[in-house]
Design a protein around this ligand. Structure first.
Ligand code: GUN
Ligand code: ZN
Length: 428
C-alpha cells in the first residue's frame, strides 16, 4: 500500500483577527494584544500548519484562493470546561450546585451506562461544539468507561481536538456512578493506552476527579500518580460554592482549606486546570499561583447556578493563567461567545472592566496557554496548527474595534460559516 500523499497548501482570503504573536521566547501572559487585517491571506500547508497570515496581495499564492470575505478568519474557540453527559440537561440548573447535582445531573449521568444512549449523545455533543466554533474542548465524561470510549470515538469522528477524562467518584454519590478506586484507576489506565495521543496528538486523556467531596483521599492520590506517570492534564472543580467547600472539608478534615486537599494528594501542579475558583482565600490564590495551576472561568454557569462572581482581576494580578469554559450543562450554551459576554458581565458586577480584546484572547491563546497547548494553537501565525473559523459578520462591521465588539457581544448577527482543525474542514 502506498503512503498517503501530502496534501497541497490551501489559501483563504478574508478579514483576519488573531491574538498577536507571543514574544520570541514564548514567555509571558497573553494580555490583550490582537492583530487585525481588513484583507488577509491565510495559507495552510499540507501538514495542517499555518504557513502565512499576512495582508492579501494579488499573486502572493500560486494556487486557487478561497475568497471568504466578508468573513473573519480567527483561531477556533477553546472550551476548557464542558460536561459531555450534561448535553441534554442544559437549562435544568436552577441552583444551588449540590442540590442541582443530586436532582438533575447524577440521574442523567447514570443513563450513560447505556451504550446506545452514550453513543447517541456523544454525536450530539460533538455536533453542538462544532456548530459553535469550538475547535478544542476539555471535557468531563461520566464515570462509565464505555461511555468515555464513545466520547473519544465521537471526538475522533468529528475531527475535533479534545482533552477528555473519565469522571472519578468513589464516595458520596449514587451507587450507579460510584466506582471504587482500583476499578476506576484501571479503567483510566486502559483509556490512556487507547486514546492518549491518538489522532496524531489531537486527542489527550485527562485525569478527572469530579471534586473533593465525591473522591476519597486514596482515589485522588492514585489519580495523581497516574497523571504524573503519563504527564497528563488534571481537571477538577474547586471553590464553586461555599456549601461545596464545607462538604469538601467535612470529607477531608486533614486539609487546612479546599486547595490544600488537592495540593496534599498531589493533584495541584502546573498541569492542573481548576474550574470556577470563586470562593478562594488569599492563601489558596497564592498556592494556585505558586503551583502554576490554571483556572477555568465559567461565568454563565456561575450566574445560572447563583454560585458567585469569580475575580478575574485577582487571577490577572497573580499571573494565574485563565481559560473560559461553557460548563454545559450548568452553562446555558456551547457558544463561547456567550461565555465571553458573561465574563464581561461578571467583571462588571465586581466593578471591573474587561475589554472585548481581552475576552477574545482569553478564549483563544489564553486558554491554549492554560491547557498546555500555547505553542501549538491559540493564534494564527506561521508554524501553529491551523485550527480556525470563518465567521460571517455583517457587511457594515468595519475595523478591529467593531469586529471585536460584534464577535464578543452579538453572536446572532455572526454565523459560524466554516470550522477547520489542523487545516481540515470539520464543519459544516
Ligand atoms: N462540581 C462537581 N460536579 C459539577 C458539575 O457537574 N457541574 C458543576 N457546575 N460543578 C460541579
Ligand atoms: Zn463543571
Amino acid at each position: 500500500m502506498s503512503a498517503p500523499r501530502p496534501e497541497s497548501p490551501r489559501a483563504y482570503r478574508g478579514r483576519l483577527l488573531t491574538p498577536a504573536a507571543a514574544p520570541a521566547d514564548g514567555a509571558g501572559s497573553p494580555g490583550a494584544e490582537v492583530r487585525y487585517l481588513d484583507d488577509a491571506l491565510l495559507v495552510v500547508g499540507g501538514d495542517g500548519r499555518v504557513v502565512r497570515a499576512a495582508p492579501f496581495a494579488p499573486g502572493a499564492f500560486a494556487g486557487p484562493v478561497l475568497d471568504l470575505r466578508p468573513a473573519v478568519l480567527m483561531p477556533g474557540f477553546i472550551d476548557a470546561h464542558v460536561h459531555f453527559p450534561q448535553t441534554r440537561v442544559i437549562g435544568s440548573a436552577s441552583g444551588p450546585l449540590l442540590q442541582w447535582l443530586e436532582r438533575s445531573v447524577f440521574p442523567e449521568e447514570a443513563r450513560f451506562r447505556d451504550d446506545g444512549y452514550a453513543a447517541l449523545v456523544a454525536g450530539e455533543f460533538t455536533g453542538r461544539l462544532l456548530a459553535s466554533g469550538t475547535t478544542t474542548c476539555v471535557v468531563f465524561s461520566s464515570s462509565d468507561a464505555a461511555a468515555t470510549d464513545r466520547l473519544f470515538r465521537a471526538l475522533q469522528r468529528a475531527g475535533l481536538r479534545g482533552i477528555a477524562g473519565l469522571t472519578l467518584m468513589d464516595q458520596r454519590c449514587p451507587a450507579e456512578l460510584c466506582v471504587p478506586r482500583d476499578e476506576a484507576i484501571a479503567a483510566a489506565r486502559d483509556l490512556v493506552q487507547r486514546w492518549h495521543g491518538e489522532g496524531s496528538g489531537l486527542l489527550e486523556f485527562a485525569i478527572t476527579p469530579r471534586f473533593a467531596p465525591t473522591c476519597s483521599r486514596a482515589l485522588m492520590e492514585a489519580a495523581a500518580r497516574l497523571a504524573a506517570d503519563h504527564g497528563l492534564l488534571v481537571q477538577t472543580h474547586v471553590a464553586e460554592t461555599p456549601a461545596e467547600g464545607e462538604a469538601a472539608l467535612r470529607e477531608h478534615p486533614w486539609a487546612r482549606d479546599y486547595i490544600d486537599i488537592y495540593d496534599r494528594v498531589g493533584l495541584l501542579s502546573g498541569r492542573a486546570v481548576l474550574a470556577h475558583g470563586i470562593h478562594l482565600s488569599p492563601r489558596e490564590w497564592d498556592r494556585i499561583a505558586a503551583a502554576g495551576a490554571a483556572l477555568v472561568h465559567c461565568p454563565d454557569s456561575n450566574f445560572f447556578l447563583g454560585s458567585g462572581r469569580m475575580r478575574l482581576a485577582e487571577a490577572r494580578a497573580r499571573a494565574v493563567p485563565v481559560a473560559l469554559g461553557s460548563d454545559v450543562g450548568a452553562g446555558r450554551s456551547f457558544d463561547m461567545r456567550r461565555s465571553m459576554s458573561s465574563a464581561f458581565d461578571n467583571a462588571l458586577c465586581l466593578g471591573d472592566r474587561v475589554t472585548p480584546a481581552e475576552l477574545f484572547v482569553t478564549a483563544t491563546q489564553g486558554a491554549a496557554d492554560a491547557i498546555g497547548l500555547g505553542r501549538v494553537i491559540g493564534s494564527l501565525e506561521p508554524g501553529k496548527e491551523a485550527d480556525f473559523l470563518a465567521i460571517r459578520l455583517p457587511e457594515y462591521v468595519h475595523g478591529e474595534a467593531e469586529t471585536l465588539q460584534h464577535l464578543v457581544f452579538a453572536p446572532e448577527a455572526a454565523a459560524i460559516q466554516r470550522v477547520f482543525v489542523r487545516g481540515k474542514l470539520v464543519y459544516p
